[in-house]
Every structure is written in structure tokens, then in C-alpha cells.
Design a protein around this ligand. Structure first.
Ligand SMILES: [Mn+2]
Length: 342
């Protein structure tokens, strides 16, 4: 008797074995018009993941639209498609609708912009992120904090979508990983991060060119501002908390922008014997924006979460309402106690 061979349907293994991740791939495969967005005050990972996803979707014959509620920072403007970004106001005016929205590097839809309602533009929100959190903000969310960056997740996603990683895409993704890991120095740098970076370089990413783009393209105004902001350096009486402040007036007096403050805090984090470094930003909108950095084991994210902020153990952000001197006093006092109990 002849044996009947039943052919098993081959299922391709994906780079990440997670049902939400696989569902997101499926939705993107079936989508035509895709809205891609991320958080306000964009960083390298934000622009990197968004641009790489857009390039990949274009390769698949889809029409991505990049939207942000903040301008693209100067240093990332060399990246492809960064001149194509639109604001949510533009989309609203054109009454645009999308098959889905890919919301990247964001844990809370409010981070896209206080007044932006993504639901106005789509019925399906796909969320991809690497920040630690408990609540999911997409209709389908894939959140995994074992990844160094959203760019690292997008790399897997593009491969699983069948996108050919061109040197343009490789460069875009590499700069996201480079900046989100602080040049492969932060705790989120893992063996997998290096594997991904290594694969990206094999696909044509240039570590030298990307490092130059990310760190050696400062405008003079930014350096002048850095000097002024660093001159505000103060310490608490224990010497464990160090902080700097930046005001709208000082930013304007240097003819700089608030995104010129990105990474200024890292200078303070290099001071030996401190535990926590803080940048207080007063942009004259009644709120003080804080960037927190931990030098050793103090979990600044745990502190930031109390104020509805977030990020990582060693690098977090939060917003407090009030006047600058009052907020400084309050936060520094709270952090002294927080450090003691850590
Ligand atoms: Mn990120």
C-alpha cells in the first residue's frame, strides 16, 4: 500500500517568538497606508526606528507617512526621509486615514503629544517599544525591555517582513542602537545588541560615519549653551546629587533650541562619587522637565514613575508642575532620601 505523505505546512520561524509581535507583522503585511509616529522631543532611537520602518515598508510597495509633534533634531536630519515628516496638524487638515499606525518607542499615547488623538487617523494602533512598563497602549503591543532600543526590535521586524536590509536602512538602525545604548556603554547593552550591531555593519552600516553624525555634528550654539548650562552645576550637602538647570531665557540667549540640551546631562554623570545627576528644564510653560541619570545602582526610573515619568533604571525623565527653585528643592530633598533607602 502506498503511503500517503501529508505535507506539513512550513511555518517560517520569526526572529522574535511572540504572538503580539507576529500579529503586528501580519497587520503590516496587509496594510497599505501606514502612519509611523513616536514621542515628542525625539531622540536617536525615535527617528532611527521610524525612518528604518518607513524605508522598509516603501521597499514592500507600501505608503508610510512619518508624523511627529516635534521637529527632527539637527543631528538626525542627514537621515533619509527626515525631510518628509509631517505634523499631526497637517494630517488633521487633510483628514487623512490610515490602515494602521505604528507607534514606536512610546509607552503612553500621550507621549506622542498631549493634544494628539491617533484614533482620529486610524482604527488600528500597533505599538512597539523597549521601555519597562505594565500597561499596553496599542491595540496590539509588543514591548520587550530586553532589547536595547526600539531600533533593535525594528531590525528583527524588517527581516521578518522580508525587507532587504540596505546600507541606508542599516545606517539608520545602527544610529538608534548607538545613541540609545550611549555608544554601547549603558546597562541595556547585551550580547544580542552587539550581534545586531555586527549584522548591521555586515549589511553596510558605517560605525565611524554614524558616530561622527551622532556626536561630531554640533552647532556652535549648542556648545555655547552647554557651557552656560554646565556652569549652573550644584551639589546637595551629601555630594551625591548633582544638578544643572536650563531656562528658556538661557536657551534663547544662545540662539539655541531645547533639543540642543540632549546629552548635556551626561557630562554631569561623569562626576565621580555622585549617585544621581539631574537636568531641570524650565521652558516657561508652567512645567519643569527633568532628565535623571544614575551613576551606579540607584533606580531613577522607580523615582520618576512616582511622577508619571519613565525610561530606564539609569536614565529616566519626568515632568513636575511648579516654579523652578521650588521644584529643585523638593526633588533634591526627595532624592537624598531616595538614595539613602536604595
Ligand atoms: Mn528608545
Amino acid at each position: 500500500m502506498a503511503k500517503i505523505r501529508v505535507k506539513k505546512k512550513k511555518t517560517m520561524a520569526t526572529r522574535i517568538n511572540d504572538k503580539n509581535y507576529i500579529a503586528i507583522i501580519d497587520k503590516l503585511k496587509n496594510a497599505g497606508h501606514v502612519l509611523i509616529t513616536s514621542h515628542i522631543n525625539p531622540d536617536g532611537d525615535n527617528i532611527s526606528s521610524s525612518v528604518a520602518l518607513a524605508l522598509g515598508l516603501m521597499q514592500l510597495g507600501k505608503s508610510p507617512t512619518l508624523a511627529l509633534n516635534s521637529p527632527v533634531p539637527h543631528v538626525y536630519k542627514f537621515m533619509p526621509l527626515t525631510d518628509k515628516y509631517v505634523s499631526f496638524g497637517d494630517l488633521e487638515r487633510d483628514r487623512q486615514r490610515f490602515d494602521c499606525a505604528a507607534v514606536l518607542d512610546v509607552g503612553n499615547l500621550k507621549r506622542v503629544g498631549d493634544t494628539t488623538d491617533i484614533r482620529m487617523f486610524t482604527d488600528l494602533i500597533l505599538n512597539l517599544d523597549h521601555h519597562v512598563r505594565t500597561e499596553m497602549c496599542g491595540d496590539i503591543s509588543f514591548v520587550d525591555s530586553s532589547f536595547s532600543s526600539t531600533a533593535e526590535i525594528i531590525y528583527c521586524l524588517l527581516i521578518d517582513l522580508g525587507v532587504k536590509i540596505t546600507s541606508e536602512i542599516a545606517d539608520a538602525l545602527y544610529i538608534g542602537i548607538l545613541t540609545d545604548t550611549g555608544s554601547f556603554q549603558f546597562q541595556n547593552t547585551t550580547a544580542s545588541t552587539f550581534r545586531t550591531a555586527s549584522e548591521l555593519v555586515a549589511f553596510g552600516a558605517s560605525p565611524e560615519a554614524m558616530a561622527k553624525r551622532a556626536y561630531f555634528t554640533n552647532r556652535a550654539a549648542k556648545i555655547v549653551l552647554t557651557g552656560k548650562v554646565l556652569s549652573t552645576l550644584s551639589f546637595d550637602k551629601t555630594g551625591k546629587v548633582a544638578w544643572i538647570t536650563a531656562t528658556r531665557e538661557v536657551i534663547d540667549s544662545c540662539k539655541a533650541n531645547s533639543d540642543d540640551l540632549e546629552n548635556v546631562i551626561n557630562n554631569v554623570t561623569t562626576i565621580e562619587n555622585i549617585e544621581v545627576a539631574i537636568l531641570f528644564r524650565d521652558l516657561n510653560d508652567g512645567k519643569i522637565k527633568l532628565s535623571l541619570r544614575s551613576r551606579n545602582d540607584v533606580d531613577v526610573q522607580k523615582y520618576a514613575l512616582k511622577y508619571g515619568g519613565g525610561g530606564h533604571k539609569k536614565a529616566s525623565g519626568m515632568t513636575v508642575e511648579g516654579d523652578l527653585p521650588v521644584v529643585v528643592q523638593k526633588v533634591v530633598t526627595e532624592l537624598q532620601e531616595f538614595i539613602q533607602n536604595s
